[in-house]
Design a protein around this ligand. Structure first.
Ligand code: PNW
Length: 508
C-alpha cells in the first residue's frame, strides 16, 4: 500500500455513500414522549457523578421534536445517507418478546424514515446503540442473561417488519466492546456494573463483560438469521454489525510488541471463533459457543462495519484484560506524539493508520467495508466562544487526512470501501463525558438548541461534492439562500451556560 499524498486521489465511485452518524439516546431527548419506556441510560445519566458535567439525556439536542430541522440540515450538507439508531424502549417499552409493541414509537420512526427518503437521503439504521430497556435490566439482568438473545431478535423482527420496505441497510449492534467492557467491566457506561466497589455495589469485572459480549454476539447473529430467512428475500437489504476498529501499531520492533498489536485486531465475528489469545488469557472464564452457535456467528455480517477514530501504539504487558494485556500510548519511542490530541484522552489524529487499517481488513476478510463512525473532538471546544468553536481547525485537519486516506485506499490500493459516516452530525450527549466533549460538525447551542455548521461540516460537504463522481441528484446545496450553510450566523456569542453543560470538574 502506498502513502503518497502529493497528487490528488481519483474520485470515489458514484454510488459511494456518505453521510453523518448519530445515536438515539445522544440526540433525541423527549424521553417521556409517545409511550417510550425507560432505557438503562435514563437513570444512570441522571445519577450524580456518572457524567462528567452532570448532563443527562432528557433533552439532548431535542432531535425527537426537531427532526425535520435536522433532516433539512443533512440536506444542506448534501449527504446521501444518514446513520441513526432506533431506541428499543420506544418500540417495545418493556423490551421483552411478550411485551406490548408501542405503535406511537413505530409511527415516529416511520415518519422520520419517510422524511429522509423524501429528501433523497438513504436511511442506515442501527438497532442497538446502547439504550437497553430498563425493564429488561430489572427483569433478568439485561445483557447478563441469555433471555436477552430472544428478546433482541424479537425487537429486531418488529423493526424489520415495520421499516424493512424502506430501510435497506441494517446494523444490529454498535460496538460490543463498549457495551460489555465500559458497561460491565470498567463501569463507566450504563448499567455501570464493576468490581470497583467505589463505583458500583454490584458487578464482577472478571466475568461479566465476557458473558455480556457472548450474548451480544449471539443476539446479533440471531437477528441476522431472522433477517436473512424472513425479510431479505422480499426486502433485499444488507445487514451486519459494527465494531470498534482502531488501528494498532507496535510500539517498536520487539516481537512481543508486534504480537501485542496483532491481538488488538482479532475479533470473533469474522474469524468465526474467539481468538486463541482470548483462550489463553481467560481460560474457563471465556464462554463457549456450541457448534450450532459457531455456525450461526460465522459469516453473520454482510460487510465489515467499523467505527474507527485513531491508532494506538501497542506495548505488550500490563494487567488490563480489556485491552488484551496490551498497553496503549500515543508517545513514540523517540518521544514525539503520534498526532494532534483531541479532547478525549483516547484520541489522536493519524490518517495513515486509517489507510493501513482499511487495507488490512480488506486483505484479511475480503468484505466490503462500511466506515460507520469516524470523528474528532477538538480540545476544550466547550470552553470556546461560538465563533472560535466554529473555526474547528483541528477537526478540519482530521477530516482532510481521513478523506484523503479513504480516497487513496479505494483508488490506489483497491480497497472496497462503500460508505463513510463521520461522527457526528451534531454536538450531542457524549455518554460519560456529558455535553463537555463535542464531536459535532455542527455546533449546538444547548440554551437555544440552534445549530451552526462548523468549518469541518462545510469542509466535508465540499470535499464529497468534489470527490464523488456525480450521480446527478445529490449535489450539496451550499448556497441555496435562506438557511444555506454559508448564510448561517457564525458570530453570535454564547452568553450564559445552562447548568447541564457547566463543568463540575468531576473526573471519571
Ligand atoms: C463511539 N473509547 O464510542 C460511539 O459509537 C459513539 O456513540 C460515541 O459518541 C463516539 O464513539 C465518540 O466517543 C466510543 O473509549 C466510546 O475508546 C469510547 C471509546 C471509543 C468509542
Amino acid at each position: 500500500m502506498g502513502n503518497s499524498t502529493s497528487t490528488p486521489p481519483a474520485r470515489l465511485p458514484k454510488d459511494f455513500m456518505w453521510g453523518f452518524a448519530t445515536a438515539s439516546f445522544q440526540i433525541e431527548g423527549s424521553t417521556d414522549k409517545d409511550g417510550r419506556g425507560k432505557s438503562i441510560w435514563d437513570d444512570f445519566s441522571r445519577t450524580p457523578g456518572k457524567t462528567r458535567d452532570g448532563g443527562n439525556g432528557d433533552i439532548a439536542t431535542d432531535s425527537y421534536a426537531r427532526y425535520k430541522e435536522d433532516i433539512a440540515l443533512l440536506r444542506q450538507y448534501g449527504v446521501r445517507a444518514y446513520r441513526f439508531s432506533i431506541a428499543w424502549p420506544r418500540i417495545i417499552p418493556l423490551g421483552g418478546r411478550a411485551d406490548p409493541v408501542n405503535e406511537r414509537g413505530i409511527q415516529w420512526y416511520s415518519d422520520f424514515i419517510d422524511e429522509l427518503i423524501k429528501n433523497g437521503i438513504t436511511p442506515f439504521v442501527t438497532l442497538y446503540h446502547w439504550d437497553l430497556p430498563q425493564a429488561l435490566h430489572e427483569r433478568y439482568g439485561g445483557w447478563l442473561n441469555r433471555e436477552v438473545v430472544a428478546d433482541f431478535e424479537h425487537y429486531a423482527r418488529v423493526c424489520f417488519a415495520a421499516f424493512g420496505d424502506r430501510v435497506k441497510y441494517w446494523l444490529t449492534m454498535n460496538e460490543p466492546w463498549c457495551v460489555s467492557v465500559l458497561g460491565y467491566g470498567r463501569g463507566v457506561f450504563a448499567p455501570g456494573r464493576s468490581s470497583d466497589r467505589a463505583r458500583s455495589a454490584e458487578g464482577d469485572s472478571s466475568t461479566e463483560p465476557w458473558i455480556v459480549a457472548h450474548h451480544v454476539i449471539l443476539a446479533h447473529a440471531s437477528a441476522v438469521r431472522a433477517y436473512r430467512e424472513s425479510f431479505k428475500p422480499k426486502h433485499g437489504g444488507v445487514i451486519g454489525i459494527t465494531l470498534n476498529g482502531d488501528w494498532a501499531l507496535p510500539y517498536d520492533d520487539s516481537p512481543e510488541n508486534v504480537a501485542a498489536a496483532q491481538h488488538a485486531l482479532d475479533d470473533p465475528i469474522y474469524l468465526g471463533h474467539y481468538p486463541d489469545f482470548m483462550h489463553e488469557m481467560l481460560g474457563e472464564r471465556l464462554p463457549v459457543f456450541t457448534p450450532d452457535e459457531l455456525t450461526l456467528v460465522k459469516g453473520s455480517s454482510d460487510f465489515y462495519g467499523m467505527n474507527t477514530y485513531t491508532t494506538n501504539l501497542c506495548k505488550a504487558g500490563g494487567d488490563d484484560e480489556f485491552q488484551g494485556l496490551v498497553e496503549y500510548t500515543f508517545t513514540r519511542s523517540n518521544g514525539t506524539q503520534l498526532g494532534t490530541q483531541a479532547h478525549c484522552a483516547w484520541l489522536q489524529t493519524y490518517p495513515q493508520g486509517f489507510r493501513d487499517l482499511l487495507n488490512y481488513l480488506y486483505k484479511k476478510y475480503k468484505k466490503p467495508i462500511y466506515v460507520t463512525e469516524n470523528g474528532f473532538a477538538v480540545k476544550d471546544e466547550h470552553a470556546m466562544s461560538l465563533e472560535d468553536a466554529l473555526h474547528d481547525a483541528d477537526r478540519v485537519e482530521y477530516f482532510r487526512g481521513m478523506t484523503d486516506a479513504i480516497a487513496r485506499a479505494v483508488a490506489e490500493d483497491g480497497v472496497d470501501v462503500r460508505a463513510y459516516f463521520p461522527w457526528s452530525l451534531l454536538d450531542n450527549f457524549e455518554w460519560a463525558d456529558g455535553y463537555e466533549t463535542r464531536f459535532g460538525v455542527t455546533y449546538v447551542d444547548y440554551v437555544t438548541q440552534k445549530r451552526y455548521p462548523k468549518d469541518s461540516g462545510k469542509f466535508l460537504a465540499k470535499w464529497f461534492a468534489e470527490n464523488v463522481e456525480n450521480s446527478g441528484s445529490t449535489t450539496p446545496r451550499l448556497s441555496t439562500g435562506g438557511a444555506s450553510l454559508d448564510n448561517l450566523p457564525t458570530t453570535q456569542l454564547i452568553g450564559t451556560w445552562p447548568a447541564v453543560v457547566r463543568t463540575r470538574g468531576a473526573k471519571l
